[in-house]
Design a protein around this ligand. Structure first.
Ligand code: ZN
Ligand code: ZN
Length: 311
């Protein structure tokens, strides 16, 4: 029978905001820092995204590790500013005893290494990427399934301008899927790609791509998903690359995930608006009669997944 092991998988949000950091009294509860999450699983430290939230994570890690080396893997979903802007302020990257492996994908005309180095070039920043004294390995995402220690990492490209990799971590205590930026495939029907197809072909392609994503996410214990817009707002922002409350719920239900965390909060949304979006999401689920736990990701919140060991 399953029993809890001594070391649960721990997930902590360091940045939950999309687009731009918005500190202030209106965002105290859900947080103002941009995309960053840390997962501790099976003796590995895995960081997802390097938005402004990675700065306080770096400070906490330095305090925690002291004179011991920090070894971590950083999985970058894509190079939009809100997902990489904290990297130059990540203190562990400046210490030669630390080992940091950074994973991401090449984009049109530039390698992942060039993409990461670009925002640190003069005149944008005074310290170049190559001057970081930590042991930094930059790894192009060439395999869509690979391992970080005992954690299996699966990647899938999702629907976002310029591309975005979603990640699924399969750990000993369950699976965590992270899709910070994703627009429902239904948008495909209106997109430039669809202009080269008949409406029927576009519909079929969108349905196939969505089905692949449902399969990728299927049965996840936790899904952290882009739900930047209310349903009403989404009508005005079709094609901007982000999801809505009902599209997030519908994807999570179809993929039969256990817990959905709304993520990539809009910079214009205060805490009360996010509360309302959570309530709306729960109402959508209630109408279906299905079961799905829903919350919004909160900066500073930690989630534990208990290991299930057969004894
Ligand atoms: Zn973003
Ligand atoms: Zn983006």
């Amino acid at each position: 029978m399953p029993s809890a092991s001594a070391s649960p998988v721990r997930l902590k949000f360091w940045g939950t905001r999309g687009s731009i950091a918005v500190p202030g009294s209106a965002t105290l509860r859900y947080g103002g820092n941009t995309s960053c999450m840390a997962v501790r699983a099976d003796d590995e430290l895995i960081v997802l995204d390097a938005g402004s939230g990675i700065r306080p994570l770096g400070i906490q890690l330095e305090e925690e590790f002291g004179t011991q080396p920090i070894k971590l893997s950083l999985l970058v979903t894509h190079a939009h500013w809100d997902h990489i802007q904290g990297l130059p302020f990540f203190k562990p990257a400046y210490d030669p005893k630390n080992q940091i492996s950074i994973f991401g994908f090449d984009e049109t005309g530039a390698t992942f290494r060039q993409i990461l180095a670009e925002p640190m070039k003069a005149p944008f920043f005074p310290i170049a990427m190559r001057e970081l004294s930590g042991k930094i390995q930059i790894k192009k995402l060439s395999e869509m399934t690979f391992s970080v220690g005992k954690v299996q990492v699966c990647a899938a490209f999702v629907n976002h301008p310029g591309g975005c990799a979603g990640y699924r971590l399969n750990t000993s205590a369950g699976s965590i899927a992270f899709l910070p930026d994703h627009e429902p495939y239904e948008f495909f029907l209106h997109s430039a790609r669809a202009n080269h197809m008949s409406p029927e072909q576009a519909k079929t392609t969108a349905a196939n791509e969505r089905a692949e994503l449902v399969q990728f996410l299927h049965g996840s214990d936790i899904l952290i998903l882009d739900a930047q817009y209310t349903d009403e707002e989404y009508e005005r922002y079709i094609g901007w690359g982000h999801g809505s409350v009902s599209s997030a719920v519908s994807l999570a239900l179809d993929a039969e995930v256990h817990r959905l965390l709304l993520f990539h909060h809009d910079p214009n949304h205060d805490d009360e608006t996010v509360d309302k979006m959570v309530n709306d999401a729960r109402s959508h689920v209630a109408k279906t009669g299905k079961s799905l736990e829903i919350d919004a990701a909160r900066e500073g919140a930690e989630i534990l997944l208990e290991s299930k060991v057969l004894v």
